[in-house]
Design a protein around this ligand. Structure first.
Ligand SMILES: Nc1ncnc2c1ncn2[C@@H]1O[C@H](COP(=O)(O)OP(=O)(O)OP(=O)(O)O)[C@@H](O)[C@H]1O
Ligand SMILES: [Mg+2]
Length: 365
């Protein structure tokens, strides 16, 4: 079973469209897929023609009332089970603020899910709040859909920072495994420049011990296709709505690539990097200090833009040092300090890519 969070805190980049249609492509190949709608906007839920109002067993109940995942799943299509979202999910972040272990509730729910499935896809909201942290705490892999715009690059930087922190603090096996360009127009030079810069940056990161050093930039690019924009209003996947359009072809090609990654980044239960022994150095964070969405405050708590707190005092079994500093081989113990201490070597690409690379620890052979 592969657990994959599709996330990007930037809105409207194609997360939900990709989650639905990639899942549909895999389900047509007889793969058993579970979809978790963690977005209070409930776009994925409505995408499948389900009215999110008035549902009694949703992600909200799983997160706040210990509803077992199996009881919340709606058999939405052959081979696809959907945990729907509802508007009350927005309140879950507030309700869970004082709950111990709040950022690993989803992970526990998935671990307790006994039924067999091949893929769990988590559609995240466009934010880095507690719902997204739960997704990152539960996932093994992150796929990041992005549009080839300059502003997407800032989003990439922030997301990598968040993944690094979650990976070090609560979920060591977490890896960013896929970057997917959506609404791609190869005729524009900006798209190819940004693609080239990201490829260059990721190539440099191969030798750095960080959770994105083995990321695959999918060869498939999801082209802009009006049928993909139309299909949700019919409550249909692209394969139901227009199975021969470019959008359907692109998502089939993506499914080929995703299946070919089947060995997955995590081949054993032993994480490649453990927070307490890791050669991960905070200076490997591919972030610019001024754009970092996550900070560590004076008490050692990690605080995101949405002020969701990962409590370092909790025993996540894989958690951090007792003093609340980030786990790992940190020297200063402070993310902010470390990032600021990082040596910035901007890739300086033609698109103005502002992802700064710091000196990292070479990955041990
Ligand atoms: N390849 C595409 N071609 C044309 N339209 C697309 C394509 N992919 C997505 N869209 C449309 O773009 C809009 C945003 O897509 P989507 O809802 O998948 O993004 P999102 O990242 O999930 O957004 P949010 O952050 O709000 O959850 C939707 O109206 C969708 O139908
Ligand atoms: Mg969405």
């Amino acid at each position: 079973m592969r657990i994959i969070a599709l996330t990007n805190q930037k809105g409207g980049v194609g997360k939900t469209t990709t989650t639905v249609n990639l899942a549909a492509a895999l389900a047509l190949r007889n793969k058993k897929v579970v979809l978790l709608d963690l977005d209070p906007q409930a776009h994925m839920t409505t995408f499948f023609g389900v009215d999110p109002n008035g549902l009694e067993k949703t992600a909200y109940e799983v997160l706040t009332q210990s509803l077992p995942l199996a009881e919340g799943l709606i058999p939405i299509r052959e081979n696809i089970g959907l945990l729907s979202s509802g508007l009350d999910l927005a309140g879950a972040e507030q309700e869970l603020v004082s709950v111990v272990g709040r950022e690993t509730i989803l992970r526990d729910a998935i671990e307790n899910y006994k039924d067999h499935c091949d893929y769990v896809f988590i559609d995240c909201p466009p934010s880095l709040g507690l719902l997204t942290l739960n997704a990152l705490g539960a996932a093994e892999e992150v796929f990041m859909p992005l549009q080839p715009h300059f502003l997407s690059l800032q989003g990439l930087s922030q997301l990598l920072e968040t993944v690094l922190l979650v990976q070090r603090r609560i979920n060591p096996p977490l890896r960013v495994t896929g970057l997917l360009f959506c609404m791609y127009d190869q005729r524009t030079s900006l798209a190819s420049e940004i693609l080239r810069d990201i490829e260059h940056f990721m190539l440099q990161q191969r030798e750095v011990d960080c959770p994105w050093n083995a990321v695959k930039i999918f060869n498939t690019r999801i082209r802009r296709n009006v049928k993909l924009a139309e299909s949700p209003s019919h409550g249909q996947t692209i394969f139901e709505y227009e199975p021969n359009c470019n959008g359907a072809c692109d998502y089939q090609a993506l499914a080929d690539e995703v299946e070919s990654m089947v060995e997955g980044p995590r081949q054993s239960e032993t994480p490649a990097v453990h927070p307490e022994t890791a050669a991960v150095h905070p200076e490997t964070a591919a972030v610019h200090p001024e754009t970092a969405a996550v900070h560590q405050d004076h008490a050692g708590e990690i605080v995101t833009d949405t002020e969701v707190i990962l409590d370092p005092a909790e025993d996540h079994s894989l958690a951090s040092d007792a003093d609340g500093t980030a786990g790992g081989d940190t020297e200063s113990g402070s993310i902010d300090d470390s990032v600021e201490a990082g040596v910035e070597t901007a890739t300086g690409g033609s698109s103005g890519l502002d992802i700064h690379q710091a000196e990292g620890t070479a990955r041990p052979e």
